[in-house]
Write a protein that binds this ligand. Structure first.
Ligand SMILES: NC(=[NH2+])NCCC[C@H](N)C(=O)O
Length: 758
């Protein structure tokens, strides 16, 4: 966050050191133990220093102005503060999921004690909306090919709790979505069999092949709902009645009802053969979803401060989310909301004038911006005259005086260049739209809030208190300046109204969840958007930790430069490949491609394969391990499948010909079927990730896909050799081919470059 105001400035580090380290007054003579007294004085003196420090922190805390910089003076408090933010974040998530559970139970007729903070009023609108959704689904159902299917969270009960309402991700065409098609028939059957009860469909993948491929677990809920209506029916009876009403469905081979009342669903082999045939003819088809204009705010580092690992997480996650949206045909605007405005530019500009007086004529050779920042900060803290000049620079910059704009641009350019180097390496595309972009718009926001009486003045500051939020937004500071809150209000309105975003996403560390909750609450209070129509959400993530489980830092305790981190990854990845003797089998270009794919893919995958909301430990050794759920493993697995296909000697054209001539890809071996079913799950995984924005689900899927391939390949020959002659099993070859294609699609969504040779 670009600090825009620093009212209760922390004392200079040097001052602090001097105070704590100065010699205590000499002890009076005549005391038995001089040393003891000396110690006492020292303790007292240190306690007093501590007291001053804590009082200052306390005062800031009371004003709600505690920031990380101030907290750095007290590491314990800083840690507690961060823990507190995280706990608050988790609490919100838990409360929301409790509320959802309560709503689901209410629908099933199960009574629960209301969760804290939930009310009747809160559950009702959702229900009404769901009913509206159902109607929409029924209406769209008239047209066979373009069904409108309104998904609700409960279609994927295994999904993590939701943060926001998701009812408006509308699937137009199921393409390969097995879950979608099964939901459709089960919903129809339930509605027909039990028109009086409204329950949410519970459909899951079977956890064990003993229970079939999928399971419908709605009978228990319906049985409970019927009981509440005065009818007694065992879940197994309910299940039987549902099954009796199932419309004919080519997907289903058979169903089974164990005594507990589950409905086990077995997929039809013909259907699998048909789907696989279609994929081998037409390629992987992802479900088609009603197009959305999505705005993804990610990466968003601050100028003048090096991009750090937190920004790296945002960059990797935000890019993968954007790629996912692009893959399903959304209109995506990738925004880099960089911190390029604020009072810190005063000291940077003043320093630039001194260090590079010629900056207007030639590009200043600032080199490392972090060093430049540190130097100017030191002067700012130590030199009153410089500080005064820095403030004047801020005013002149704000007045848009050309010389100052030029200086600001030069500084931004340096930062931009070093960030772009990182983006280029990682194949990341972003549109830069930093805080400065909202300058004029912030004025308009303040006017709107004032005119509509949303601001309250307190000690010269203009605050907004959004409904249900503990901490107000500081819209105007006492010195008349704007804050991070103001720019985010302006950005929110701009993205909703001017950019016409249907879905706004902010990929920012979980520590800022309070900030975003408050901003979004303000947007709703101001009626800028309706939650039922637009999805606006903070996609938070945990910290990056070092192998010591502490915040990721260099040995000397500095922030790790991303350039260095990437370089180190490349170095280690090359060493790894050489260790395996790959350099002897590949050309120099092939080795470089593989090296970079492993290094950058490894870094991305290590991040994406961890549950987003949790902290994760950054470890080169782990990410470059070729065993387990890692990018290296997947890249090897992928290259191996491609090589199996290549070595069969069957060309792409021959495969295409075969696929065109055979509508079905008949598969009989259990391992063939297992692999085919895993391939066919891709669409459902995509839909699930669209709902949750939890990319580790896609990683898990990929990993299972490649281990399933290994199982298949160890039992099923693609090329059968007997007595000098060899015969290619074309169905298996095509199955291998579509497995590799599926992997490629998924890897690309994750932003990982698949390489045909490793
Ligand atoms: N719209 C936003 N606030 N986006 C995120 C900005 C992140 C901010 N620059 C930081 O480094 O913490």
């Amino acid at each position: 966050m670009a600090p825009q105001a620093k009212p209760n400035k922390a004392p200079k580090k040097e001052e602090k050191k001097a105070a704590a380290g100065s010699t205590p007054p000499a002890a009076p003579t005549g005391i038995s133990s001089q040393q003891e007294l000396h110690n006492l004085y020292t303790t007292h003196f240190n306690a007093e220093t501590d007291l001053v420090r804590l009082t200052r922190l306390f005062a800031a805390m009371e004003k709600g102005e505690l920031n990380e910089e101030l907290l750095e003076e007290c590491p314990e408090l800083l840690e507690a503060h961060q823990r507190n933010l995280k706990l608050k974040y988790r609490k919100t998530i838990l409360e929301r999921s409790a509320k959802e559970q309560e709503e689901a139970n209410a629908k099933k007729g199960i009574k629960t004690t209301p969760a804290a903070g939930s009310s009747k009023g809160a559950t009702e609108p959702k229900k009404a909306k769901e009913e509206k959704g159902e109607q929409k689904g029924a209406k769209g159902g008239d047209n066979k090919n373009t069904k409108t299917y309104v998904r609700t969270n409960s279609d994927f009960p295994s999904a993590p709790p939701k943060a926001k309402k998701h009812d408006y991700v509308i699937v137009k065409d199921f393409a390969g979505s097995i879950m979608g098609r099964l939901s459709d028939v089960f919903k129809t059957a339930i509605k027909e069999a039990f028109p009086s009860v409204s329950v949410t469909l519970v459909l899951t993948e079977a956890t064990n092949p003993k229970f079939g491929d999928y399971q419908c677990n709605s009978a228990m809920g319906i049985s409970a709902a019927l009981k509440a209506q005065g009818t007694s029916k065992k879940p197994s009876e309910v299940a039987a009645e549902i099954v009796a009403k199932l419309p004919p469905c080519p997907l289903i081979e058979k169903t089974e009802i164990p005594p507990a009342g589950f409905i086990n669903v077995y997929l039809n082999d013909q259907f699998i053969a048909k789907q696989c045939g279609e994929i081998s003819r037409n390629g992987i088809k992802l479900p088609s979803i009603e197009s959305r204009r999505v705005i993804v705010d990610f990466s968003s580092p601050n100028i003048a401060k090096e991009m750090h690992v937190g920004h790296l997480r945002s960059t990797i996650i935000g890019d993968a989310i954007s790629r996912l949206f692009e893959a399903v045909g959304f209109d995506v605007l990738r925004l880099n909301h960089i911190g390029d405005w604020g009072t810190q530019f005063g000291m940077l500009i003043a320093h630039l004038f001194d260090e590079f007086p010629n900056f207007q004529k030639e590009t200043p050779a600032i080199g490392d911006l972090q060093t430049f920042y540190k130097a100017s900060k030191k002067r700012f803290d130590e030199d009153e005259e410089f500080k005064k000049r820095a403030y004047q620079c801020v005013v002149k910059l704000q007045n848009k005086e050309p010389e100052f704009i030029k200086a600001w641009t030069s500084i931004c350019d340096v930062s931009r260049n070093s960030n772009n180097a990182v983006y280029d390496k990682l194949d990341i595309k972003l549109t830069e739209r930093g805080e400065s972009y909202y300058q004029e718009r912030m004025g308009a926001i303040v006017k709107e809030l004032t005119d509509r009486s949303f601001l309250r003045e307190e000690e010269g500051r203009h605050l907004m208190f959004p409904t249900g939020c503990d901490i107000p937004l500081t819209v105007v500071k006492s010195d008349g300046g704007y804050t991070y809150d103001t720019s985010d209000l302006a950005a929110l309105k701009n993205r909703l109204n001017e950019e016409k975003g249907d879905w706004l996403i902010y990929v920012v560390d979980a520590g800022q969840s309070l900030h975003f909750d408050t901003i979004f609450a303000a947007g709703r209070d101001l009626k800028w958007y309706d939650e039922a129509v637009k999805r606006v959400e903070h996609v938070g993530f945990g910290l990056v930790l070092g192998e010591d489980k502490k915040k990721f830092k260099t040995r000397s305790g500095d922030t790790v430069r991303l350039q260095d981190l990437l370089e180190e990854g490349v170095k280690r990845s090359e060493e790894k490949l050489k260790e395996k003797g790959r350099d002897k089998e590949m050309t120099v270009e092939e080795l470089t491609t593989a090296r970079d794919a492993v290094a950058y893919g490894g870094i991305k995958y290590a991040d994406l394969s961890h549950t987003r909301t949790q902290d994760y430990v950054f470890s080169y050794d782990r990410m470059l391990d070729d065993k387990g759920n890692t990018a290296v493993y997947l890249l090897y697995a992928y290259a191996r499948i491609r090589s199996i296909v290549r070595q069969s000697g069957v060309s792409e054209e021959e495969m295409e010909k075969y696929a065109a001539a055979n509508e079905l890809l008949p598969l009989g071996h259990v391992k063939e079927l297992k692999l085919a079913k895993q391939v066919l799950k891709m669409s459902d995984v995509i839909l699930q990730v669209l709902d949750t924005l939890m990319l580790h689900t896609l990683c898990d899927y990929l990993y299972t896909l490649s281990t399933t391939f290994t199982e298949f390949y160890s039992e099923c020959y693609v090329v059968e050799k007997s007595e000098g002659s060899s015969k290619v099993n074309m169905n298996r070859l095509l199955l291998a081919h579509i497995t590799a294609n599926t992997m490629e699609t998924a890897l690309k969504i994750l932003g990982i470059r698949p390489v045909p040779k490793m």
